[in-house]
Design a binder for this molecule. Structure first.
Ligand SMILES: [Zn+2]
Length: 185
């Protein structure tokens, strides 16, 4: 008895003691950020698809602090960097080099992929070998995000705080990879 009821005031946080930084990101989504490519994946563990293709559409978000120019990243640099990555994949057969069941062997002329008793042989110049465990849209998004982080680092000397890549493989089937945050920016 006699104890004071705690009022809402007791729980109010003085936000001046906890400065909250504004957060920014840029987003790029263009008609030309599309790559048409062949692939096949395994699903349900060890079932292997037939070879087929998609017109993959890529959208990127780059998150970070404003620089001395008051932007997160130069839109033109982001566009050109992302388009170069997408163009490398366009009109190619995408093959995973870290798949546990699909074996990919390449020489200067040809690439041979095998899965159990199935075998595919492609001209080397028609293929892009990717260090992935399966060429799912999720891992393609991760590959693009990682490349974009590295390539932007090369251009501007720092990795973005976070990169988010969307890969739409079929008008609404969208896989998303959020890479980051970078350890120091
Ligand atoms: Zn597919």
């Amino acid at each position: 008895m006699g104890g004071r009821m705690r009022s809402r005031e007791d729980f109010r946080i003085d936000i001046r003691k906890f400065p909250v930084a504004d957060r920014y990101h840029v987003r790029i989504s263009k008609d030309y950020l599309v790559f048409s490519a062949g692939h096949f994946i395994t699903y349900n563990g060890d079932v292997c698809e037939r070879l087929h293709g998609h017109n993959y559409r890529v959208t990127a978000e780059v998150h970070g602090w404003l620089d001395e120019n008051q932007y997160v990243v130069d839109f033109i640099l982001l566009r050109d960097t992302l388009k170069a990555i997408v163009d490398e994949l366009d009109h190619h057969m995408l093959l995973p080099t870290r798949h546990p069941l699909i074996r990919v062997v390449a020489d200067d002329r040809e690439v041979e992929a095998t899965f159990r008793d199935r075998r595919w042989v492609f001209p080397r110049c028609d293929c892009v070998l990717l260090p992935l465990a399966n060429t799912t849209s999720e891992l393609l998004a991760h590959y693009i995000a990682d490349r974009l982080a590295r390539d932007l680092d090369q251009s501007i000397g720092k990795r973005p705080r976070q990169i988010r890549i969307e890969v739409d493989e079929c008008f609404g089937n969208v896989a998303v990879c959020e890479l980051g945050p970078a350890e120091s920016t």
